[in-house]
Write a protein that binds this ligand. Structure first.
Ligand code: FES
Length: 215
């Protein structure tokens, strides 16, 4: 069981221990009774402070946070994209209940807001998986073996390129350039880029995720 100096430490992912495979220790986001504990997605651009995020039983419980973001960003020129990014950064995804609030604050229709969310693949409308693997499929990585690594991922996880495991814990997403072209092939795992990837390193990363996802 992980030990933390303070309650605040427990809420910081960088204070969480890692397991031997390098994946975050899943026990760190649960208390002794197995109750999900808050996760921190980093500072919220809308409010500038770290936000503790729980999987809310009801999406509407995120509304105070969404109102806070809207209040701070609605006057920004071209506010829709900054607002959507801020909500996703703070909540982890864009809840359906947020759409009428966003539309009202920005004087748009709900259909317009929904259209922008669905146009950009990086916006999520449901809570993120515990582990998300984003393999770069752009030219530089392709020329250094990314397609073979993609096939390895599909086989090892039994998922397609956009797949999510049945328990929702591991997600696979293609991405087109991670800015690490000089060190390709590259993959981003939970926001951290792994460059000069080899089949063996990829296998270890995936095994670490799978072990963690069992917990
Ligand atoms: S092409 Fe893969 S990181 Fe740029």
């Amino acid at each position: 069981m992980a030990s933390f100096h303070t309650v605040e430490d427990q809420a910081r992912p960088d204070a969480w221990p890692e397991n031997k495979n390098g994946a975050p220790n899943s026990h760190a986001d649960r208390d002794v009774a197995g109750t999900p504990q808050p996760k921190v997605f980093g500072p919220c651009p809308g409010s500038g402070r770290d936000i503790e995020v729980r999987c809310m039983p009801d999406d509407s419980l995120h509304l105070p946070l969404i109102h806070d973001v809207l209040e701070r960003l609605k006057a920004t020129p071209g506010a829709l994209l900054p607002v959507l990014h801020a909500i996703q950064d703070c909540v982890g995804y864009i809840p359906d209940d947020a759409l009428p609030e966003i539309a009202h604050a920005l004087n748009l229709s709900v259909a317009e807001v929904r259209g922008v969310i669905s146009f950009y693949h990086d916006f999520r409308t449901s809570p993120p998986a515990r582990h998300t693997l984003r393999l770069c499929r752009a030219e530089s990585c392709q020329s250094r073996g990314a397609e073979a690594l993609a096939a390895q991922l599909r086989e090892q996880l039994e998922l397609d390129d956009h797949g999510t495991s049945a328990d929702g814990r591991i997600a696979l997403r293609p991405v087109y350039c991670l800015g690490a072209c000089a060190c390709s092939p590259a993959l981003e795992l939970d926001g951290r880029v792994h460059a000069r990837l080899t089949p063996e390193r990829l296998r270890k990363l995936v095994n670490g995720c799978r072990e963690d996802a069992k917990c």
